[in-house]
Write a protein that binds this ligand. Sequence first.
Ligand code: ASP
Length: 344
Amino acid sequence: MSQPRIRLLALGGTIATQPGTQGMKQGLGGDDLVRMVPGLDTVADVTAETISRTGSGNLTLDAVYALAARIEALATARDVDGVVVTQGTDTLEETAFLLDLLLDVDIPVVMTAAMRNTGMVSHDGPGNVLAAARVAAAPWARANDVGVLVALLDHVHAAFDVAKTETSRIDAFRSPATGPVATLVEDRVVQLMRPVRDWKQTLRTAIGASPAARLGGAAAPVALLWLSLGEQGALIDAVLADARHLGFGGVVLGAMGGGHVPELLVERLTALSQRLPVVVASRTGAGPLLRRTYEGTGSEIALRAAGLIYAGRLPPLKARLLLDLLLRAGAGRATIAAVFDACG
Ligand code: ASP
């Protein structure tokens, strides 16, 4: 019986590094990664493309839009049965979520990476590529609406929920609110739960299917402002004072706890939200925002009534990507609020 055809798209990152003169440097391409994995040919017929050879901090949103368009083209042409994307771990949760926002394909898309480079004992790149290929070849990943998946250290995570939670530990990737979607054991991928996907349907209704090819290059920069103890709001003042809002099309706040901000900032945030969409997300990184627990200045009840949009379960990094996409698509305030409302 013929094997599933998997295309590995390589972007760079630790998984693609090799020894330099002072430390590890970027260099390996997709074919090198395929060659590094013993037994990969028993799992799938894997071909590779090298998209870039760069650290994940250098990737741009437009590069991810172009990657999504490439994956859509592969799926439409029926050239492959699944896609594996390799990149650096630093921005993996963002790329995975942005791909999940952009893609409407009926083949599995699985991202992976490495926490340990090839110069280290027990480097995890080859094992992670093998695991990602197994997931991309697994019938359940095609049969269920699971969205973009992230496979590392034999756990499979939903793009919506996964986060890098440590700087260098091999088990850095977790889904703090939900746990993994699946786990690998022997040669099997065992599904543990079904990711919630209602939000994706709401997004599609709002902006249409397959937006990557239409909206790549139409950048609408979104400011990400992290709120912390004693914040005085100088950056909010700067955005408010500039006639063009410093070029920003919207603002995401890394707000406190269940969606609270210091009282000192409320007047200015309310003024800002009358000019731009201002989205509140929790800097805790997991769990739904509150809607009707606290009253008073700076509370979720007051801020929602003042027009600030609440991001539900989305953490600030991911809320920024969704707001950027909605702005690129020309969505108005009511549509933006409806899509974020569907996120928990
Ligand atoms: N700095 C690297 C990157 O994100 C880290 C990694 O790949 O683990 O590209």
